[in-house]
Every structure is written in C-alpha cells, then in structure tokens.
Design a binder for this molecule. Structure first.
Ligand code: GAF
Length: 346
C-alpha cells in the first residue's frame, strides 16, 4: 500500500483577532512547529488514526457524527476528502505533531489541512491550497461544529515557516509579508490551555452576529468606529464587540504598513492596543494572560498581545533580536507556568 505524506506548519496570529468571520483583515505567520500526516487510502469506510503528540490512537467510522473526540478533525478531513473526490473510502492515518494543542496555534486546522494535502497527493490532484483551506473550514463549521473563520486554514495551507500573510478574509486575497531581521516575534505559552469547542468562542461569534443585525452591516469590521459610537439603541456589550472588530481591522492594515516601513515601534504599539481591545471590548483575555503581556512589555518588548481564539493559550511579543534570549529567560522566570514555544524573524 502506498503512503502519502504532507507537512504543514502551526501558525501564530501577529494581529487581527476575531476579524476573520467579520469580513476583516488578519496577519498570521507560519511557525517552525509543524504537523505531518501520513495517509494510506482504504477501501472500507473506517478511519484509523495513530498519533504522536495526541492522546493515542482511534478507530472510527467515516459515517459517524463528531463526538467531541480529539480524532474528530481527522474523521471530518477524510469525509471532506471523499466529498472533493480525493479519496473513495476510509484511510489509515499516522500523525506526528510538535504543535501544542489548545494553545491557539492552529493544531486543529493543521491536522485537517495536512490530511487534505496528503489526500491530494494520493489523488494526484491539482486542487489549489486555497480550496483545501476552504474545505478545511467546512470540516470545522459543519462537521465539528466550531463556527470559526478562515484565517487558520489559509495560514497553515499557504504560508511557509517564518513568512507572514496579510489576508483579506472578505475576498481571500492575500500577500506575503517579509518580517525584518531586526526583531523576533516570540510565542510564549501561558501554561493555561483552552478549547475552541468550550462555548466561549461560539458566544463571541453569536454576539458578532447580533452586531451585524444591529448595525445592518454584513462585515462589521468595515464599520467606521465613529458610526459605532454614534449609534443609539445598541446594547453596550454588542457595541463593544463591534468596536473591537472595527478597530482591530484598522490596526491590521496599519501594522502591515508599519512592517513594510520597518517601523517596529509602531508595530509594537499596535500590538499593545490590540491586547487592550481584546481585554476590554472583546473580553477574551484572562488575568494570567494580562499579567504575562504586561511583564512582556515591562521587560522590553516593543509590544505584546494575546494571540488566537482567546481565554488562554499563547501570547506573541515583538522583541529586538539582540534582546531575545535574555528577555525570554526573564519572562519565564517571572511566570513559572509559562514556556517558550517558537520565534520567527531575527
Ligand atoms: C481561532 C479561530 F479558529 C479563527 O478562525 C479566528 O477566529 C481566531 O480564533 C481568532 O482570531 O483561531
């Protein structure tokens, strides 16, 4: 039996949180941590998964519903590969991953996209990466039941380690962004994990849906912040959620321009503003994450923020490359539960 293999990176989002299902911009970057899926097509309708870096192995039916099990993304990916005509039945899968799960680094998107890419190899298909990313989002939305946006799937399907991608989630147009050598983007795990399936992500999505109705705009990221302030009869929580999305979208555009100019001081200030907006307007941070971000800045990072879906997981900080190792050591000394995951840039 021939085996087909695909490797995809984890991603860190540099800025642009919860904008990807609200018609806004995001700026994720691919990391050196990665996931490799090896796939052997089967003629029956079973999906066997053995996984290093996951809780073990699983044997599932292609025809069963998602069960809240860690192997759901794998089963969903094989179902989607069948729907795309890349597979005609089940698969035996072997997974190796260095992307920590529950960290906001897209381990779930990486698992699904890697399986779809391996299935593409098996079918000798030329289906584009972007189409696989859209299919991977369907697995999350329709099979697993997580109402996520499209950022993670595009980031892990398209970007290469060390490369950022400025993605317009309304059109799926993107451009690659080179990060300067002068600074490192450092990913630090808070030591507190979270799951996108735990209900809080969904609650934020529903509040954004309510904002869409209240403001009568399909993409709330494109609302003018002054319009949000001036509107009357709007629930204050909904107003704050909309304000986060509209201002975060603008911060992503400004952040991309700052990187292009090599102005990492402005970039860092935008990261800090993003964190405050996530903390106060979107209420997706936690006290340990706020403390980590505050110390990251106090110890000399240009800017720092929570990254990913929120309520735990990782922060990302922009630090001058010369100071990286000392900064890291001092931060982790202050926060014993925190640990270094990866860095990109210089
Ligand atoms: C998670 C989701 F999967 C993404 O779609 C995105 O919404 C992100 O949280 C928040 O920016 O990673």
């Amino acid at each position: 039996m021939t085996a087909f293999t695909a490797t995809v990176p984890g991603r860190v989002n540099l800025i642009g949180e919860h904008t990807d299902y609200n018609g806004g911009m995001v700026l994720p970057a691919a990391l050196s941590v990665s996931l490799t899926a090896t796939l052997i097509p089967r003629e029956d309708r079973r999906v066997g998964v053995s996984a290093r870096g996951y809780p073990g192995s699983a044997e599932r039916s292609l025809d069963e519903a998602a069960q809240g099990h860690w192997s759901d993304p794998a089963v969903g990916a094989v179902r989607e590969a069948n729907a795309l005509g890349l597979l005609h039945g089940g698969a035996s899968l072997s997974i190796r991953s260095t992307i920590p799960a529950g960290s906001g680094l897209s381990s779930s998107a990486a698992l699904i996209v890697a399986i779809l890419k391996a299935a593409r190899e098996a079918a000798e298909s030329d289906i584009p990466d972007l189409d696989l990313a859209v299919a991977a989002r369907r697995v999350e939305n329709d099979y697993i039941g997580v109402p996520c946006g499209i950022m993670d799937q595009v980031a892990v399907a398209v970007a290469r380690p060390g490369e950022a991608i400025a993605l317009d989630t309304a059109t799926l147009e993107y451009s690659l962004v080179t990060l300067p050598d002068s600074h490192s983007m450092i990913v630090i795990h808070s030591g507190y994990s979270r799951k996108l399936t735990d209900g809080r992500y969904k609650a934020r999505k529903e509040e954004c849906d309510a904002a869409r109705l209240a403001f009568g705009r399909e993409a709330i990221c494109t609302l003018d912040p002054s319009e949000i302030e001036a509107a009357t009869g709007i629930d204050e929580t909904i107003r704050r959620r909309a304000r986060h999305c509209a201002t975060e979208h603008r911060r992503v555009i400004a952040a991309r321009e700052a990187i292009d100019r090599g102005d990492m001081a402005v970039f860092g200030a935008l990261m800090n503003a993003s964190h405050i907006s996530m903390r106060d307007d979107f209420e997706m941070s936690t006290p340990p994450i706020d403390a980590l971000v505050a110390d990251a800045v106090e110890l000399g990072s240009t800017g720092a923020r929570l990254t990913g879906g929120g309520f735990g997981g990782c922060i990302v900080a922009c630090v001058s490359s010369r100071q990286r190792e000392e900064w890291q050591a001092r931060l982790v000394e202050r926060h014993p539960k925190a640990r270094y995951i990866a860095h990109i840039g210089g």
